[in-house]
Design a protein around this ligand. Structure first.
Ligand SMILES: [Zn+2]
Length: 154
């Protein structure tokens, strides 16, 4: 009886190993800036880069597997940003291989933003919330919203 119990415990212990292993298999990916120095959004495949243009418009560029700008396909998006009581609605039109907002960002350096990205006309939109901080990070020399510093505290 004792032997049988021991072998049962041994089997139970073995069964626990894969679970422990999976928990340990977490992969840390270093933050990488987009090809234009913008924020890479990984909530959609392919990934896309969000960049605020000098005119304060939003510019979205979809990226290839190599992280470089790719040709725009059937992707589309809308956005909402700024003060919740008086939000700015963003609509995007194609400019070259990117989608650029018709509207400019509301005033301020810290703008909450929600993007609704569709990877194809029939796809369910993917929501992405971004705290768009337009300040400049001296650590990586990028805008704060695209900051790639490892230990950045905000
Ligand atoms: Zn930084």
């Amino acid at each position: 009886m004792k032997t049988k119990l021991q072998s049962l415990l041994a089997v139970a212990a073995l069964a626990l190993i894969p679970a422990a292993h999976a928990a340990d298999g977490h992969v840390h990916v270093k933050k990488v800036a987009g090809p234009n120095g913008g924020l890479v959004i990984t909530a959609v495949e392919p990934h896309c880069e969000l960049l605020v243009t000098p005119e304060r418009k939003l510019k979205i560029t979809f990226l290839g597997d190599d992280g470089k700008p790719a040709a725009l396909k059937e992707q589309s998006l809308t956005g909402t940003g700024g003060d919740r009581s008086k939000p700015t609605k963003f609509t995007f039109t194609r400019v070259g291989e990117s989608l650029v907002s018709a509207q400019v960002l509301p005033a301020g350096d810290s703008i909450p933003l929600i993007l609704q990205i569709k990877t194809s006309p029939d796809a369910k939109p993917v929501s992405k919330r971004i705290a768009l901080n337009l300040g400049h990070c001296p650590g990586c020399n990028l805008a704060e919203y695209a900051c790639t510093c490892d230990a950045h505290q905000h």
